[in-house]
Design a binder for this molecule. Structure first.
Ligand SMILES: [Mn+2]
Length: 346
């Protein structure tokens, strides 16, 4: 156990100290049991780690939780996390009795997800508002619970879960510390994105003291690709094209290019799309089904890519967002570039 220095307890985000939210959330959890834990579709490192960390915390409090996601497959880079094997897929009829003594979902904690659309199938089993809470750092889309702690400045949802746990002075064992470290190192792009704060470094230093291994975790997440994935990354890099006088750079992979199994392993290409001098916005577009594209937006500048993604029914953060678009490469790229051009000029 460690005690936060008082100046950190007083840090204020969005007008309220962390501790006020953490306290409220702990008061919600304490009298309850039989929790559903869930996160956004295509769960990433922060979504998975925040859910896992919450499950470990609930267990330490003597409570029971089932993790159910929309996704049929979960990124195998995170298989080292405790409870990874217990992540259930909604469409495969999860066994509630195995995890919940009551056999039913009574309460829910939604993590790293701004609204119903991003929950996918899980939106079908959302309990009444008074029995649910949301902890997230995306711009909010729907109300999902009676308490909503939404902090758009937080680096990651996992960093917010840390605040909730430390509010109760619970011991961080190695499994919990590794989950917290994973979510933060993932969502900050190993402490390189603009969302990285001294607070994240502080938390991760504490987690390293409690048994998280920074070398092992960073390498597992970022530097252990399959042979096929690295070849695909190479094809993506050689596809690079620029638009709007070099302000926008595009990496494109066709359906035939996508030969690697784990799509999570090539998402680094999104970050390469803005790793170009003079570039302001990067697009990583891949054809995940014939004539159906997944698009990742990255912004280096003041351009809010969440706004652009929203035009195409997607969303995310101001500097990193995504959407899905139907159509052929030749039609969707000009559509997106035109939208960016109009947003830059307005
Ligand atoms: Mn996140």
């Amino acid at each position: 156990m460690f005690i936060l220095p008082s100046f950190l307890e007083d840090i204020v985000q969005n007008g309220q100290p962390y501790q006020a939210f953490a306290e409220q959330i702990n008061q919600f959890i304490e009298p309850r049991d039989n929790f559903l834990l869930s996160a956004h579709i295509n769960a990433d490192g922060d979504a998975i780690a925040s859910v896992v960390a919450m499950k470990i915390y609930l267990e330490k409090l003597g409570k029971h939780a089932v993790i159910i996601l929309h996704d049929e497959t979960v990124d195998t880079r995170f298989e080292y996390l405790k409870h990874y094997d217990e992540i259930q897929c909604f469409s495969k009829h999860p066994d509630l009795k195995k995890y919940l003594p009551s056999g039913n979902i009574e309460n829910a904690i939604f993590l790293d997800v701004p609204g119903l659309k991003r929950l996918g199938d899980i939106s079908q089993i959302v309990p009444p508002l008074q029995n649910a809470i949301k902890i997230d750092h995306h711009p909010s889309e729907d109300r999902l619970g009676q308490i909503e702690w939404v902090d758009e400045v937080a680096s990651s949802t996992t960093a917010m879960v840390y605040e909730i746990i430390q509010n109760r002075n619970i011991e961080f064992d190695a499994a919990l510390a590794s989950a917290i470290y994973t979510g933060i190192v993932y969502d900050t792009g190993r402490f390189s994105f603009s969302n990285t704060t001294s607070r994240d470094l502080f938390i991760c230093a504490k987690m390293a003291e409690q048994g998280a291994d920074p070398v092992e975790l960073t390498n597992r997440i970022f530097f252990q690709n399959s042979f096929q994935a690295l070849k695909t990354i190479g094809r993506g890099l050689s596809s690079l094209e620029n638009y709007l006088d070099g302000k926008v750079n595009v990496i494109y992979l066709s359906y035939e290019d996508m030969t690697q199994k784990n799509h999570g392993e090539i998402e680094e290409l999104a970050n390469y799309s803005v790793a170009i001098r003079g570039g302001e916005i990067g697009l990583f577009i891949r054809e995940v089904k014939p004539n159906y594209h997944k698009v990742s937006f990255r912004s280096n500048s003041t351009v809010d890519v969440n706004k652009i993604a929203k035009v195409f029914n997607g969303g995310g953060h101001s500097r990193a967002a995504g959407c899905r678009i139907e159509g052929k490469k030749q039609t969707i790229i000009p559509k997106i570039i035109n939208e960016i051009a109009s947003q830059i000029s307005s």
